[in-house]
Write a protein that binds this ligand. Structure first.
Ligand SMILES: NC(=O)c1ccc[n+]([C@@H]2O[C@H](COP(=O)([O-])OP(=O)(O)OC[C@H]3O[C@@H](n4cnc5c(N)ncnc54)[C@H](O)[C@@H]3O)[C@@H](O)[C@H]2O)c1
Length: 387
C-alpha cells in the first residue's frame, strides 16, 4: 500500500471537483467501474501509487455552496447518474468538512505573503489531521486571464520581497495557490491554463524544495482529438491547410470563459498545441462561445481542410459533444495518483511524462497522443523497476 494520500482541490466546489469527489466515492464503494481513468490501464506499483481507497479529498473555494447541492445540480444536468448524489451523501458531507472557504487574495489589503501562509497552513492542517503521507494539490478553479510579467516574477528572492509588501497583488490566485502548495511541501498540478506555473519564481520554489509539478490545462475534448488525428495526416503525407474550431460551452467554465479576456489563455494553449503538431503553415482559427442553454455540455466542431495527391482538396468535419466535467474528473483523479507516486519516488521538477493529460504540457514538447501514451506507460514502468 502506498499510504493515505490527500487530494487538495483549488476550486473544490466547482463542477470538475464535485464530479471527481462523487466519482471517487462511487469507486471506493464499488458502485461503478473507473471508466475514463487512465491510471486503471497502467501497470502501477501499488507500493508507490495510491489506490482509490487511499485518496482523501479537501480543498479551497471562494464559495460555500454544499457539495450535495452541486452534485444534485450536476445530476439534473446529466453529468452524474441521478441515483449517485444520495448514494454518496455521507462521503460528500465528509469532503465538505475538509473544504476551506478563502476569498480571492488579490482583493485583500494585507501582504500576499499572509494570504499564501494561510493557504499553506490549511493544507498542512489537512495533512496532519487526516494523517496523510503526502498531499497533491490540483488547481481546478476558474480560468484567469493572462498576466503581464513583473520583474519580481523572475526569481524567488525578488518575489518573496514583493509578497511581503501590503496591498501589492504581485501574483494572480493560481500562482499564489502554487506558491502556497510548494511552501507546504506539496506537489502541484495545474489543470487550468491560468498563469500560475508559468511564473519562473514560483517554480523556482518547487525546485528548491525538490517537488514535482505538472500542467497545464487538461486535454479532454477538441485538443485530445487533434493530438490523435493530426499525426494521422502527417503519417499519410497529407497536407493540412487549415484546422478551424468552434467551441460552444455551457456551465460555470463557459460563463467564465465568456468574460472579457478569460478565454485568451485557453485559446493560446490550444493554438500552441496545433502549431506544434502541424507546423505554423496550417491556419487554425478558433472560437470559444458561452451558450448557457447547453448546461454542463460542451460541443466542439472542427473543420479540417487538407490537400492530397495531385493537389486534390478534401475535408474532414468532426463534432464532439461531451460533458466537460465527466471528461475532466477521471483525469484529475489519475493525476492525483500519478503525481503522488512521482513524489513518493523522489521525482522533482516538471513531469513531462504526464504530457498525455495536458493541452500545453510542461517539461515536454511532445503533443502526439500515441507517443505521449507510450511515454506515460514507460515512466510508470521505470518507477516500478527502480524500486
Ligand atoms: N473538460 C474540462 O472540464 C476542463 C478541461 C480543461 C481545463 N478545465 C479547467 O478546469 C477549471 C474548472 O472547470 P469547472 O467546469 O469545474 O468550472 P466551475 O466554474 O464549475 O468551477 C470553478 C470553481 O473555482 C472556484 N474558484 C474561483 N476562484 C477561486 C479561487 N481564487 N480560489 C479557489 N476557488 C476558486 C469557483 O468558486 C468554482 O467553484 C476551469 O479553469 C477549466 O478551464 C476544465
Amino acid at each position: 500500500m502506498a499510504g493515505r494520500t490527500g487530494l487538495w482541490l483549488i476550486g473544490a466546489r466547482g463542477s470538475v471537483a464535485t464530479t471527481a469527489v462523487c466519482g471517487l466515492a462511487a469507486f471506493r464503494a464499488g458502485l461503478v467501474p473507473a471508466t475514463g481513468c487512465v491510471s486503471e490501464r497502467l501497470d502501477l506499483d501499488p507500493a508507490v501509487f495510491p489506490g482509490w481507497s487511499e485518496l482523501v479529498t479537501g480543498g479551497h473555494d471562494i464559495v460555500a455552496t454544499p457539495l450535495a447541492k452541486r452534485a444534485e445540480d450536476l445530476a439534473d444536468a446529466g453529468v452524474l447518474p441521478g441515483w449517485l448524489p444520495s448514494a454518496v451523501a455521507e462521503d460528500l458531507r465528509a469532503a465538505d468538512r475538509e473544504i476551506r472557504q478563502r476569498f480571492d487574495p488579490a482583493g485583500s489589503s494585507g501582504p500576499q505573503a499572509e494570504a499564501a501562509g494561510q493557504l499553506a497552513s490549511d493544507i498542512v492542517d489537512f495533512r496532519r489531521s487526516q494523517d496523510l503521507d503526502r498531499v497533491v494539490v490540483v488547481n481546478v478553479s476558474s480560468t484567469e486571464p493572462p498576466i503581464t510579467p513583473l520583474p519580481e516574477h523572475a526569481d524567488l528572492d525578488g518575489l518573496e520581497r514583493a509578497l511581503a509588501e501590503p496591498g501589492r497583488p504581485v501574483l494572480p490566485p493560481s500562482a499564489l495557490a502554487a506558491y502556497a502548495a510548494f511552501s507546504a511541501g506539496c506537489p502541484y498540478v495545474d489543470f487550468t491554463p491560468s498563469p500560475g506555473l508559468r511564473i519562473p519564481a514560483v517554480t523556482e520554489l518547487a525546485d528548491r524544495r525538490g517537488l514535482p509539478y505538472a500542467g497545464c490545462d487538461g486535454k479532454t475534448g477538441e485538443t485530445l482529438l487533434r493530438s490523435a488525428l493530426a499525426p494521422m495526416f502527417l503519417a499519410r503525407g497529407l497536407r493540412v491547410r487549415s484546422w478551424s474550431g468552434t467551441n460552444l460551452l455551457g456551465g460555470g467554465d463557459g460563463a467564465n470563459l465568456g468574460r472579457e479576456g478569460r478565454a485568451q489563455g485557453k485559446l493560446a494553449a490550444k493554438t500552441r498545441g496545433l502549431a506544434a503538431l502541424l507546423g505554423a503553415e496550417a491556419t487554425a482559427p478558433l472560437h470559444i462561445d458561452h451558450v448557457p442553454d447547453l448546461g454542463e455540455r460542451k460541443v466542439a466542431w472542427d473543420y479540417v481542410s487538407f490537400e492530397g495527391f495531385l493537389g486534390a482538396s478534401m475535408s474532414l468535419q468532426l463534432t464532439w459533444d461531451g460533458y466537460d466535467s465527466a471528461l475532466a474528473a477521471p483525469l484529475v483523479l489519475d493525476l492525483a495518483r500519478l503525481v503522488a507516486g512521482a513524489h513518493a519516488a523522489g521525482q522533482s521538477g516538471p513531469l513531462g511524462a504526464l504530457a498525455f493529460f495536458f493541452k500545453d504540457p510542461l517539461g515536454s514538447e511532445e503533443h502526439r497522443l500515441a507517443r505521449q501514451e507510450q511515454e506515460l506507460a514507460a515512466w510508470a514502468d521505470r518507477i516500478a523497476v527502480a524500486r
